[in-house]
Design a binder for this molecule. Structure first.
Ligand SMILES: NC(=O)c1ccc[n+]([C@@H]2O[C@H](COP(=O)([O-])OP(=O)(O)OC[C@H]3O[C@@H](n4cnc5c(N)ncnc54)[C@H](OP(=O)(O)O)[C@@H]3O)[C@@H](O)[C@H]2O)c1
Length: 273
């Protein structure tokens, strides 16, 4: 595909994150135009101050029909429950050759096929705004052969993109989409502990955030099992093993794993409604 137009149908938090990542990267073939769509003028105006580039155009309300007509690729970024209403608004502008890249939690490839048979379902997360996000991608059979390379080039700039089977997408919604909030809860708790023991909040916040960032990087760089890395930090009779046993006493490991399970089940319940 050359000289193609992307229409971001729903350019809120995630639509903006993916668009910014594309704008901050260089790959070929690069889109010649990106049209960012909102439902109303106020949010379209607000978007102009957040996202501006020579290849960007803005659209809202009725204009979105024309924006979708011009699209070779539609990135769908509305809330999951809105997708049928959004489809009904733009259905007369769709054609079967367009590719739909959905950012929506839950809604299945089969359900999204009302737009076009060429569907890529993506689950990404808010760190994508800073180019350090994660994304999982599943394809409809029609899109897999024709568009896999292009979709991976478009989504990889959010940080890292991995192709997975659609059956794992609800679990990925939990592990990729929701887990930043779980990490933030852990970060908050670590800050509380630091403050309790006398460290000023700002210092505790910087320490906790950097520890999480660095630990993630260490796990990626070494490719070691987390248990191996963890055991290397545990001096016999030392501080770390003492703290870890407190966490195990309170069932933190099971709670975190069950949080992923719960979020995955909720994602599953979003489809077929
Ligand atoms: N936020 C996360 O952490 C996260 C993580 C992973 C996945 N997701 C998925 O990403 C999707 C978007 O979430 P979000 O947090 O980015 O939501 P959001 O910030 O509320 O963005 C939704 C966007 O859709 C637009 N929109 C609403 N109705 C529309 C219509 N009829 N036509 C065109 N555009 C319309 C809104 O425009 P107006 O503002 O003008 O109404 C807004 O720009 C969701 O489906 C969610 O499952 C989110």
């Amino acid at each position: 595909m050359e000289n193609y137009t992307i229409t971001v149908l729903g350019c809120g938090v995630m639509g903006t994150a993916v668009t910014s990542a594309i704008l901050n990267s260089q790959f070929q073939p690069y889109p010649s135009k990106i049209i960012c769509c909102n439902s109303n003028e106020k949010s379209s105006q607000a978007l102009r101050s957040k996202l501006s580039h020579e290849i960007i155009e803005y659209s809202y309300g009725e204009q979105n029909k024309e924006a979708v007509k011009k699209a070779d690729i539609i990135i769908l970024g509305c809330k999951p429950f809105m997708y049928k209403d959004v489809y009904n608004e733009v259905k007369d502008s769709l054609n079967k050759d367009q590719l739909l890249i959905s950012l929506l939690a839950g809604i299945t490839i089969e359900e999204l096929s009302i737009f076009t048979p060429n569907v890529a379902k993506v689950m990404t997360n808010t760190p994508a705004q800073f180019g350090c996000g994660m994304a999982t991608v599943a394809f409809s059979p029609e899109a897999e052969g024709k568009y896999e390379d292009l979709v991976m080039k478009l989504i990889n700039p959010v940080g890292k993109a991995i192709k997975i089977p659609e059956k794992n997408m609800d679990a990925a919604t939990a592990l990729v989409g929701s887990a930043p909030a779980f990490c933030l809860l852990m970060m908050e708790a670590m800050i509380d502990g630091g403050v309790r023991m006398g460290i000023p909040f700002e210092v505790a916040k910087q320490c906790a955030a950097k520890v999480m960032e660095g630990t993630g990087k260490m796990a990626v760089e070494t490719n070691e099992h987390p248990a191996v890395l963890k055991s290397k930090v545990c001096t016999p009779g030392g501080t770390t093993i003492g703290g870890l046993l407190k966490l195990e006493d309170s069932g933190v490991r099971g709670s975190i794993a069950r949080a992923i399970e719960e979020a995955a089940n909720i994602s599953k319940s979003f489809s077929k409604k």
